[in-house]
Design a protein around this ligand. Structure first.
Ligand SMILES: Cc1ncc(COP(=O)(O)O)c(C=O)c1O
Length: 409
């Protein structure tokens, strides 16, 4: 056996144990798309999806993608430098106008958009300042920049969502320029960034630019679904926003928004953009159709999501669940115990409800949770069914109240 196989075997012990107990929760294969699908032939409602407005499976979206397959096929066989389609350009112009930025650029994934942005902007004159609960794409982009010869920005963290902590780091930084990284809504905890406080703190220091990853705010925050900037009226105060097509926009793809020069600079520098194939045009057509819907009906769509979120939140809190710091449609059910989280997941799935457990190392030990995202595509019957099951398990698995707290400590 090579050392690679030995290493892999040792590292996989935890996975093998969970599989042997038949509670391994990941990579379950759906047999169709959408929030209502089947796994192993059994119908399930997916509560761990990021299809926030429930538009991914809309007939018009699928029709647009099918038509684009006929015109452009499934790939353009190269990177955007030599494989840009008219639909990429049109959607970039529309996205910039809709979000209220000078220019936008479509990457093949949101992850690549973030990595490419940080590695383009952060150099030896820069301190990259990160929330300590930053998404992997922010961490990876930062560490890649930090490890790149001749660039090596300084890297500093601040306590999650604390403008005071950010202020301290801004004062103590070593480099001239600061690149402050925040997220509109934090995906595992479901809490909004205290963005107004961050903007205010940044304004008190020289040479500070903020990048906001609004992957989870697009389609869910702001009157028209334009995200956290729209919600708090911060147009013009956050120079770069990054989002994704992999949630509200129903497909895959990254969105970079900023001033024309900034976007053009990243376009000509980001290796994750220049050296990876362009986003397939059928996906562009699907996202473009969802943008049509947001332009026409954004307010109604977002309101419906908020009404459903409020209903589910009340149901969960009435049962007594701890939802951590969540104040959005992302409502992690804090179980705070790995075995209980896995067993609750299996019991829910047996009864047609999917809530994927999130465990160490994705979150700290003692912060194990079930991922519960309410979407506009869920029906009230879906939510009632999930709540009925959760009420039963809260009791039988001691998930709420003092017993749960003791188990989690
Ligand atoms: C906060 C955040 N940023 C970026 C991404 C990456 O987006 P994509 O799926 O388009 O690569 C995600 C998706 O998991 C995310 O949650």
């Amino acid at each position: 056996m090579s050392w690679i196989s030995e290493k892999a075997h040792v590292e996989l012990q935890r996975v093998r144990d969970a599989q042997a107990k038949q509670i391994y929760p990941y990579f379950r294969a759906f047999e169709s798309g959408g929030l209502h699908t089947t796994i192993g032939g059994k119908p399930i409602v997916n509560f761990s999806s990021n299809d926030y407005l429930g538009l991914t499976n809309h007939p018009k979206v699928k029709e647009a993608a099918k038509a684009a397959v006929d015109q452009f096929a499934c790939g353009l066989s190269s990177s955007r430098v030599q494989a840009t389609a008219t639909l990429h350009v049109e959607l970039e112009e529309r996205l910039a106008a809709w979000y209220g930025f000078e220019k936008s650029l479509i990457f093949t994934t949101g992850y690549q958009a973030m990595v490419g942005t940080i590695t383009s902007l952060a150099d030896k004159d820069t301190t990259v300042i990160l929330d300590n609960l930053s998404h992997a794409c922010i961490l990876d982009g930062t560490f890649l920049a930090a490890g790149t010869p001749m660039r090596a920005p300084e890297v500093r963290f601040f306590n999650h969502n604390s403008a005071k902590a950010l202020d301290r780091v801004l004062r103590k930084r070593d480099r001239k320029n600061a690149l402050v990284m925040i997220e509109g809504i934090y995906s595992l905890d479901g809490d909004e960034a205290k963005i107004q406080e961050f903007v205010d703190v940044c304004a008190q220091h020289e040479n500070v630019a903020m990048v906001c990853d609004d992957a989870h705010g697009t389609g869910t925050l702001g009157k028209g679904g334009r995200g956290i900037i729209e919600k708090y009226g911060l147009e013009g105060q956050v120079p770069v926003v990054i989002s994704t097509f992999s949630k509200t926009f129903g497909g895959i793809g990254g969105i970079l928004l900023g001033d024309a020069d900034v976007v053009d600079f990243i376009k000509h520098n980001a290796r994750s953009f220049l050296f990876s194939a362009s986003l397939p045009v059928p996906i562009v057509a699907a996202a473009s159709t969802i943008l049509d819907m947001l332009e026409a009906d954004g307010e109604a769509l977002v309101n419906e999501l908020h009404e459903k979120s409020a209903y589910m939140r009340k149901g969960l809190t009435d049962i007594g669940f701890d939802l951590g710091d969540s104040n959005s449609h992302i409502m992690p059910i804090m179980i705070r115990d790995e075995t209980k989280a896995m067993f609750t997941h299996v019991a829910l799935l047996e009864n047609g409800v999917l809530m994927v457990p999130i465990m160490y190392p994705a979150v700290k030990e003692g912060e194990e949770r079930l991922r519960l995202n309410v979407t506009r595509g869920h029906t009230y019957e879906d939510m009632d069914r999930a709540l009925d099951l959760l009420r039963t398990y809260a009791d039988s698995f001691s998930l709420v109240g003092d017993t749960a707290k003791t188990a989690g400590t």
